[in-house]
Design a protein around this ligand. Structure first.
Ligand code: MN
Length: 468
């Protein structure tokens, strides 16, 4: 049986988080009423002229530098095509001279994936087909078009065909997304379309260096779809080769029935008749501007993970979960302030996988961990207080008080322990003879008498003390 290797390159489009569009002052905003965020520039009306958005260029450079790219002088081109979602009948994009080239992205597992380029371009509008299946064009009898998205700044990030499995394709997009969010370049929401993934998939005999015919799967809008589509497509190619056939180069569509389907045969670059956009000049960021961007680069996810591993002694997977949930600063502050790292990590992983947890006040979180450590709150109470902290934003002391979780005064607790010993004198004799397992009798009695407010550990400590 022959062995096959999967070869994947990914093209990821991300909407840049600017206030306005790439070449006009129309707002860049998701979810507004259709066809309200439009200027003559967005529609390509005669006499309108594009003005390049400085912030979009800065964000493109930020992402490029975060991916280790060189920032180059770049040229905008017109890419001509005739779909109703593009009112101008061309898209302004960068073609042979993109702004960012030759970078790389390291997956958390250590695999290095080359980045060929990242270029700026404008988004198209959004077409909605009615009357067909799943909003698709086939069988539809109406098409509605919304130009709010036309002209929104996109960065298209193109990887080298260095990805060797569906799992790594997913890990690449996860890591890229974490970087985009860390540098605040994009909200990178796959489900809202602010991050869109196309996968170029082929297979080859393991060990060979050739690149065989690839198929491009368009618009994968979740990590799960990406992983399933890549693995399906690779199997499809293997099946064709093993049957003595060959895949043909084409664009395919992933449908949730678990298959890819032919969409169209792949366009060649010359189908688009690229030519330089005559209304824009060369974009040539000077060294000082590039340095300014580099100097303000925030900490990237890989660095954050390393720091968590160092500060809180967590494993890589735990560190990645905490970073991806935006909780690394909370953990680091908590440990800095003297919280027990293990306890803090446990809460973050197990009890804080909830909306709004990333906005938790670190000082409140430390206070809570310390209340638990000192026995003022039981584990169950701590968890409940934590949930309230996220929803109300209040400090743990007030919440514990509101919930009636005040720790028992030690005299009160002493009295309850005395009563429990008196009521269970036989068990007490056994305990004094060293039979530790009867301890539960007393702890249970005290818990019952205190309606669950006593701290089991504190009771156990008193019992050991009494036994002498
Ligand atoms: Mn593109």
């Amino acid at each position: 049986m022959s062995e096959w290797e999967t070869v994947v390159g990914l093209e990821v489009h991300v909407e840049l988080a600017t206030k306005t569009k790439l070449f006009s002052h129309a707002p860049n905003r998701f979810g507004d009423a259709p066809n309200t965020n439009i200027t003559p520039v967005c529609l390509g009306l005669p006499g309108s002229l594009p003005v390049l958005n400085r912030r979009a260029v800065e964000l493109a450079m930020t992402v490029g530098l975060a991916l280790g790219c060189d920032i180059r002088p770049s040229v905008f081109h017109r890419k001509n095509y005739f779909y109703p979602d593009m009112p101008k009948d061309y898209q302004v994009s960068q073609y042979d001279r993109p702004i960012c080239v030759d970078g790389s992205l390291n997956l958390p597992n250590g695999t290095r994936i080359g980045i060929e380029r990242a270029h700026l371009e404008e988004d198209a509008g959004k077409t909605t087909h009615l009357g067909g299946e799943d909003g698709r064009i086939h069988g539809a009898d109406q098409a509605l078009v919304d130009y709010n998205r036309a002209g929104v700044p996109l960065l298209e990030i193109v990887s080298q065909p260095d990805i060797r499995s569906a799992e790594d394709a997913r890990a690449y997009v996860e890591e890229l997304r974490a970087i985009l969010i860390a540098v605040q370049a994009s909200e990178a929401r796959l489900e809202e379309g602010s991050m869109r993934v196309d996968a170029n998939v082929s297979v080859r005999p393991a060990g060979s260096q050739e690149l065989r015919t690839r198929c491009e799967i368009k618009n994968l809008n979740s990590l799960r779809s990406l992983q399933r589509a890549v693995s399906y497509e690779a199997q499809r190619h293997i099946g064709l080769y093993e049957a003595g056939a060959e895949p043909s180069q084409e664009t395919r569509h992933w449908s949730e029935d678990g298959r890819t389907h032919t969409l169209r045969s792949k366009e060649e670059a010359n189908d688009y008749r690229y030519f330089p956009e005559p209304d824009l000049v060369l974009l040539n960021p000077d060294a000082a501007w590039i340095k300014e961007i580099a100097d303000t680069m925030p900490e990237l996810p890989a660095q954050k993970r390393d720091r968590l591993i160092d500060v809180a002694s967590v494993d890589l997977e735990t560190a990645a979960t905490i970073v991806n949930r935006g909780m690394s600063q909370l953990l680091i502050s908590a440990v800095d302030e003297g919280a027990d790292p293990r306890r803090a990590v446990t809460h973050i992983i197990q009890n804080l996988a909830i909306d709004g947890a990333d906005e938790l006040d670190p000082a409140h979180f430390v206070e809570l961990v310390q209340m638990e450590e000192s026995g003022d709150l039981t584990a169950t109470q701590t968890k409940q207080v934590l949930g309230e902290m996220v929803t109300t934003g209040l400090d743990p002391g007030s919440i514990a008080q509101n919930l009636g979780f005040e720790s028992m005064e030690s005299e009160q607790l002493d009295a309850l322990v005395d009563a429990a010993i008196e009521e269970n004198s036989e068990a007490w004799e056994k305990f004094c003879e060293g039979e530790d397992k009867v301890q539960g009798v007393f702890v249970g009695a005290v818990m019952k008498a205190s309606k669950g407010q006593a701290d089991g550990k504190a009771v156990a400590a008193i019992l050991k003390q009494r036994r002498g």
